[in-house]
Each structure stands twice: as C-alpha cells, then as structure tokens.
Design a protein. Structure first.
Length: 243
C-alpha cells in the first residue's frame, strides 16, 4: 500500500476538524443547560420559622380580602332606636298669641298645641319648679308617654273628667245641660275656670248656644270655686237685657 496522496490527507484533516467542532458544540450546550438549571432552581435555604410567618401573612391577607369584598357588595344598615317621648299640651285661659317658654325644650303659643319631651329628660332637667307648678295647676297636661306608676309619681294621674282639652271645651257648647253639668262637676277648679272663660267669650260674640238654662246650673257648681260664681258676667248681661 502506497503513501496517501495530498488530496486524501486534506480530506482526512477536514473530517477530523468537523468532528472536533461537533464535540465542542455538544460540550458547550451541556455546560449551558447545567448553568440554566442551577440559576432557576428554587433555593432551599429559607428557615422553617420564616416560612410559617409568610404562610400566616398570606392567610391574613386572603381573609381581609374576603371581608372587604363582602362589605362593599352587601352594605350593613344599622337602624337607630327611636327615642321614647312624653307628649304634653298646654291649656289655659290665655290669648291665642300668649307664649309659654320652656327653655331648651321649646315654647307653646296659645293653647292646644302638643309638645314632645324626651322620656329620659321628663323627670330630670325638664322638671323645673315652673313646670311642676304648671302640672299641679293642670295647665300643662300629660297626654301620653308615662306609665300609671310614673303618673302617680309626678302627680299627673288624672281622675275621670278632671281635665279638659280645647276640643272638648268647644263641644261643651253643644252638649245637653244634664251631661254638661255632670262633666263640669268632675273638672278640677282650674279647668272649670277655663270652661267659664270659653262660655263668656262665646256669649260676648253673640253665640246663641249660650242660654240661661245651661249657664245657671254651671253657676251653682262654680260657686264652690268662687263665691260669686264663674258665670256671673253672662247672667248679669242676661238680666240687664231682660229689663
């Protein structure tokens, strides 16, 4: 066998170079894969207690997120309890523009208006000596808001027919004399005065419902309050007109 020619030697050298290049590329690929694997692997050096803290924080965040979502989607409506009130009215033989001043609790003009006082204040700062006097004289009347025991305590447990509201006073002008005298007999002295004033005012205005047959029985009853009688102005005018 003879010596290889120059062409054969060149071909062998080219093949060897190609093999070396292929091997080099393979080694580089393996090195790169190993590097990537090392850089993307999850570190395992975190202490166990820190892992527990992170887990707890994540659980708290999830719980707060749920509560926030519930609060924004379903708002809560809280209804305040309505405060209990005591209702009163003022009755007196005063002019329609007369003002009853009750300080921070307001004022009443004329008669017949209703005033509401917080129940918690009624027996406290509302119960001034002035108010006590009005309640005792039956000028300030408790309409509603107190129990029977509380009415006894504050002296406003009224007897049947003892008090008279403005509507009833006007109705008295139309009530038959027998019922009228029965009602008048059961009124407290203060409200008898109110009724007499209402009758006198109506008579002076020419109201034909005011008759001697109604007035004379009331006059007799009223003398227990006033020796001269509360209806004297009406009877005097009637007597003078009959002359």
């Amino acid at each position: 066998m003879g010596r290889p020619s120059k062409a054969e030697i060149a071909a062998r050298e080219a093949a060897q170079a190609q093999n070396d290049a292929t091997k080099s590329n393979s080694d580089e690929t393996q090195v790169m894969d190993a590097t990537v694997s090392e850089t993307t692997s999850i570190p395992t050096g975190i202490p166990e207690e820190n892992t527990d803290i992170i887990a707890q924080m994540q659980a708290q965040i999830e719980e707060l997120t749920k509560k926030l979502a519930a609060a924004t989607s379903t708002p809560q409506v809280i209804l305040a309890k309505q405060e209990e009130m005591v209702k009163l009215t003022y009755i007196s033989n005063v002019s329609d523009d007369n003002v009853l001043d009750l300080g921070e609790f307001g004022s009443l003009t004329g008669v017949g208006w209703v005033l509401e006082i917080p129940r918690n204040d009624f027996g406290g700062k509302f119960m001034t000596p002035f108010v006590q006097k009005l309640l005792k004289k039956r000028r300030l009347i408790v309409l509603d808001g107190l129990t029977e025991e509380e009415r006894k305590r504050y002296g406003v447990l009224y007897n049947d027919g003892e008090i008279m509201d403005t509507q009833m006073m006007d109705k008295l002008l139309d009530i038959p004399v027998d019922k009228l005298t029965n009602i008048f007999q059961n009124l407290c002295s203060e409200h008898r005065q109110f009724v007499a004033t209402r009758f006198i005012t109506a008579f002076e205005k020419g109201d034909n419902r005011i008759s001697r047959g109604k007035v004379e029985p009331l006059q007799v009853i009223s003398k227990s309050n006033d020796s001269e009688g509360l209806f004297t102005p009406i009877l005097q005018k009637m007597n003078s007109d009959s002359l």
